[in-house]
Design a binder for this molecule. Sequence first.
Ligand code: FDP
Length: 334
Amino acid sequence: MTTKFMTLERFINEQEQLHPNATGEFSGLLHDLSLAAKLVWREVSKAGLVNILGATDRMNVSGDVVKKLDEFADETIYKAMDHGGHVCVMASEENEDILHIPDEYQAGKYVLLYDPLDGSSNIDANITIGSIFSVFMRITSGGRGTLQDCLQPGYKQVAAGYVIYGSSTIFVYSTGHGVHGFTLDPSVGEFLLSHENIRIPRRGKIYSLNEGNFSSWSEGMQRYVNFLKVSDKSSNRPYSLRYIGTMVGDAHRTLLYGGIFAYPADLKNPQGKLRLMYECSPMAYIIEQAGGRSSNGTQSILNVVPTSLHQHTPVFLGSEEDIKICEEFLQGKL
Ligand code: FDP
């Protein structure tokens, strides 16, 4: 039984008090992100109603043009973040180039990268989707932020997190002091602390990947997945397969239950399919903060030095022991 209600806002403020030199800028950024999450949630929860409410040809009842949900989420997050004075530059999975802060607003010391709506191909089937964010401290001094500020390796993140719009809406984030989850109570419009200090199990029994790609994986990857299916009581095999096809949802389940989520390289996507900066790096930060492990097959995702905003990477996230075994198969040691 919960003894006190802890809202996300209050939690952020209490965390700030642990840092006597904090200026409040970082807390302000997190507050703005939580507002962005609620605005996106509000729209996501109406997905599919547009047609019933009389929309024709992408126009809603008021005559406004209805935006695709991913475009809406992209603009909403940008607009929630552009004028707080906390961020100097942003980049989004939906946009080719970096996003500047409008001239009339003050530029802050943080850099925000985000995937506004992950798993968008699942929207029409009412399946879990989410938003992912990654925050860095700027490395250039003065002026507005640049591409250089955005292209930082994951270990330099000062915060990362995601929001999942699923059977309930949950906001999960870390600033390097544990991973915490807050579930939205829509009746009061507040995120309430529901998962304090999440720790991923050291080993799981679920694997999550698109096994339809089996024939175009490396031999090591194929052997690993075949290994997971062999019966062996002592290591809880065979594993169960769970795959939503929304990275943030699959990674969230992996965080809570353990096991492995992977999107390996294949013949069609030799560099992997998922994006380093918007998907893999922030989720790797969360998983590692919770005691898990991330890998691109040879090293932690957090050590990969980015060379371009939209680069892809093979990705393996999950329980420490599961990822280690997977790496050994990929490297031909098993
Ligand atoms: P989507 O294309 O629906 O946006 O990166 C995008 C992503 O979904 C991930 O969320 C998801 O894990 C992956 O692609 C699914 O890819 P496959 O359909 O190839 O399995």
